[in-house]
Structures are given as C-alpha cells and as structure tokens.
Design a protein. Structure first.
Length: 344
C-alpha cells in the first residue's frame, strides 16, 4: 500500500470516528434533555432489608412509604432491578401504602443464586421469603409482579397457600408459557419459527453475548423496539437500558433459558385471591394473548386491563394507570375484608 493511500484511509477512519462520536454525543444529550431524566436518575430512597431465601440466596429489599400503611410487595422483571418501580413506588407512597420492592436473585443488589439456581421454582420460593420477611405478622399484602416478577408470583402460587400471605395479586406484562412461540419481535410468524428452530432457546432468550457498557443509538433503538411502545421517552428507554447493561450476562442467559422452558399454566388457578392482569397492546415480548389466557383461568379475576400504545414496560410507560389500578385492587380487597359477610 502506497503512503498516499494509507494516509487517505487514515483520514477516512478519523472522519468516521469523529462522526460516530458526534452521533453518540447527540444521543446522550437527547436523553439528558428529556424532562423525565432527572427524576429517573434520582429514585426515591428506601429502607433496606436483607432477606435469606429457602436456599440461602441473599435477597435485597427496600421499604418505602409509611410503616403503618397497607403493604404492597413489588417484584420486578428479567434484567431489571427494584428501581424499575420508581414511578409506582412514588405514586403508591403518596396514597399511604407501605411499599416493599426487592431485587430478584442475581439482579440489582441481591446476591447471586446459591448453586447457580435460577429456576422458575426458586424465584417462587423467593416470593415466599420476601413475604415472610417483610409483611407484618397477622397481615396480608397485595403482591404485584412485572414480567418475571409475575411469573415468580405464579410459581409461588403453585407451591404455597396464597391466601395465607396475599390479599390480592397483580400480574403485569406476563406470560406463563409459550414465550418464544408467541413473541412478536419478528413480525412474520414463519420467519420467527425458523429463527427459533435454528437458534433454539440458547440463541434467543439464552444469549450470553456481552452488551455495550453504555447506551448507544443502536442499542437504544433495539431496546425501544423490543420492550417499549411508541410513546416511551428517551429517558425511560435509557433507564431500563442501564438496568439491562448492569445485569450479569450469565444471569441474563441462565434465566432466559429457564423462561424459554416455562410451563406454569397449571399454577394460575391456585391464585385464589382477587387478581389484576395488565397487558400492553404493543407488547412484543408477552402480547395480550398471554394476558387473556391468564385471565380466563383465574378464579377471581378483578380486572383485565390492556393499555393502549404500551409495550412490555407498562409500569414505566403508564405508571399512573398501573398505580391507580394497584391502589384500587388493594382498596377493594380491604373494603371486602372490613365488612363481615361481604361478597368477594
């Protein structure tokens, strides 16, 4: 290669690098300029609690709001952390609820699973441990889960007496089986089936590839497409993106494989307390077909709510609607309990 050509290639590479850096700066400035960014960067402070699950895995929980309020327990989803519930925690705290949120095993500030056990059954045992360790004696809680959190609640119901711990449950953006078969990330069913057959669960939900250590325009766009509806703001997408990046790749992959083998439909009828089901009409990961199927098998469906223009992140995208529905669910159950002989 001649010296002149090498110099031209070097100048072209420098120009491309400069253009890429300029695009990245504009991307980060757009996130920073979002009015929601400051609020999501400064989550509400909680009172920490350490909980040991049945297999001795250490779970990190935090308590928000008044200590004497009725308790709502929140379980976040796959690759998230308890701060995913920031908006909902604030809304419920203003309504006088005592809110408990915890990091799932291997996520956030919780410890890695003992024996590397990230089976769905273990996530269910974690729900039991959190309820036993955070709900005052003689009381029951409204228990809400997003995605994997809702799956954890369903797994818990399969092995435990729901009425002993919970007064009501909410399953948000959830599925209890056939997650790969019904996802809409690839909008052409034949192509989606071909991809699933070619790569299998290890190559789809169980991918171990490391993610970039910071948000880029490409990763941001991919996360938006996969997880959010059309009205999500840049700061909301980036907020989840930070949690996704922080989730250890091996935990992400191991849990993903467990989700690809999910078969919990038989546990749904064991959720014998009033139940709220929430879905997003633009959810590509767990489309509304999952919510309708769950609702059809619940013994005491309180409400099926399908939110418009909403993706897989309903508590982030529609926090007011989700918070109000949770508060109503909890209030209705308490009203029933307070009136002897009242119907359910």
């Amino acid at each position: 290669m001649g010296a002149g050509r090498a110099r031209r290639l070097s100048l072209q590479a420098a120009a491309l690098a400069a253009a890429g850096a300029a695009i990245e700066v504009r991307h980060l400035r757009r996130i920073a300029a979002d009015p929601r960014n400051a609020r999501l960067r400064d989550p509400p402070p909680g009172r920490p609690l350490a909980i040991s699950s049945a297999d001795a895995t250490r779970l990190h929980a935090e308590v928000f709001g008044p200590e004497l309020g009725p308790t709502v327990v929140l379980a976040h989803g796959w690759t998230e952390s308890l701060m995913f519930w920031t908006y909902v925690i604030e809304q419920l705290g203003r309504k006088g609820f005592r809110v408990v949120a915890y990091d799932l095993r291997g996520h956030g500030a919780s410890g890695r699973a003992v024996g590397d056990d990230y089976s769905v059954a273990r996530f269910g045992e974690d729900v039991e441990a959190v309820l036993a360790g955070t709900v005052p004696a003689g009381e029951r809680a409204t228990v809400a889960g997003h995605s994997l959190g809702a799956i954890s609640i369903t797994a818990w119901a399969g092995e435990h007496d729901v009425c002993a711990r919970a007064s009501a449950v909410a399953l948000i953006n959830a599925g209890v089986g056939e997650l790969l078969a019904e996802q809409l990330l690839i909008p052409v069913p034949a192509l989606a089936n071909a991809v699933n057959r070619a790569f299998g669960p290890d190559g789809v939900l169980g991918a171990r590839a490391p993610l970039p250590r910071f948000s880029t325009p490409i990763t941001h766009a991919l996360v938006r497409y996969a997880a959010f509806g059309p009205t999500a703001s840049p700061a909301q997408v980036a907020f989840y993106e930070r949690m996704l990046i922080a989730c250890p790749p091996d935990v992400r992959a191991t849990v993903g494989i467990a989700l690809s083998e999910l078969a919990l439909r038989g546990a749904v009828p064991r959720l014998t307390v009033p139940a709220l089901v929430v879905a997003g009409d633009r959810d590509r990961l767990t489309p509304p077909s999952h919510a309708r199927r769950i609702a059809a098998h619940l013994p005491r469906l309180a409400r099926l709510m399908i939110l418009e223009q909403t993706g897989h992140m309903a508590p982030l995208e529609r926090p007011l609607a989700v918070s109000e529905a949770l508060a109503q669910l909890a209030a209705e159950d308490r009203a029933v309990v307070a009136v002897p002989g009242a119907g359910g």
